[in-house]
Design a protein around this ligand. Structure first.
Ligand SMILES: [Zn+2]
Ligand SMILES: [Zn+2]
Length: 237
């Protein structure tokens, strides 16, 4: 299942970053600079299998989600000597990310491949769907979560979102949900009280719920006490 280098929101050091290993690939869900350093310090051997590719799945282009991607591409080419594949939800976001990686950061185009989710679904069996959601008005139409299959389980990963509605059709019985949640009601993140409105539905569908991207972890966990929600599992624990 997914493990997390960090499970905190943007204005924290240990920014949200999850990963899993499949078919000798290290798959990162977003890659903040914090996640780049976590991978660098761990070393590929620290992820168990012999890793021969890094795949980065992008949810949206806020800095706490993409700031480590160009650095990872450089590092994978010059130090690790393995290829990177970046998966972006749409063609428009491929243009944006290419600009960030090549024009701004000077990544070697031969060091990585950038696929849209539609293209990647036929390559990677664990990728089922990119799911459009709502987060900030400035990034309207460019914020996504994902439906994945990890260790034989149906996984829904929200990315940053202020609603769970787009994800409900993907939450089949027995799924694992990794959802962002926030203590402060900013309107751009999923307020913990809004999350708790789904507690009955989660119970009916036997959904395992893990909380991530928390602004105030202690306060969030205090709010959800007794609901059966767990904080996203940290790699370091
Ligand atoms: Zn974020
Ligand atoms: Zn965001």
């Amino acid at each position: 299942m997914l493990r997390f280098f960090g499970r905190r929101s943007a204005f924290n050091e240990e920014q949200n970053s999850a990963f899993f290993v499949e078919d000798e690939r290290l798959v990162l869900l977003d890659c903040a600079m914090f996640a780049f350093h976590a991978v660098r310090k761990t070393g590929l051997e620290g992820f168990g299998d012999k890793i021969n590719e890094i795949v980065i799945v992008v949810t949206h282009t806020h800095g706490d989600h993409i700031s480590g991607i160009p650095m990872m591409i450089h590092y994978a080419k010059y130090v690790l000597c393995i290829p990177v594949t970046v998966i972006v939800p749409t063609e428009e976001m491929r243009t944006d990310m290419r600009f960030a990686c090549e024009r701004l950061d000077g990544c070697d185009p031969d060091a990585y491949t950038m696929l849209t989710a539609d293209e990647a679904i036929s390559v990677y069996k664990w990728l089922k769907a990119a799911i459009l959601t709502e987060h900030t008005p400035q990034l309207a139409g460019r914020c996504f979560g994902y439906n994945l299959s990890v260790d034989g389980r149906n996984v829904v990963y929200t990315g940053d979102t202020n609603t769970l509605e787009p994800f409900l059709p993907y939450l089949e019985k027995g799924s694992v949900l990794y959802t962002e949640t926030s203590y402060n009601d900013s309107g751009v993140h999923l307020h913990v009280k809004k999350l708790m409105e789904y507690a009955e539905l989660f119970k009916e569908r036997e959904i395992e719920v893990y909380l991530m991207h928390m602004d105030d972890e202690r306060a969030v966990l205090e709010q959800v006490k007794g609901r059966g929600f767990a904080p996203a599992p940290l790699f370091s624990e």
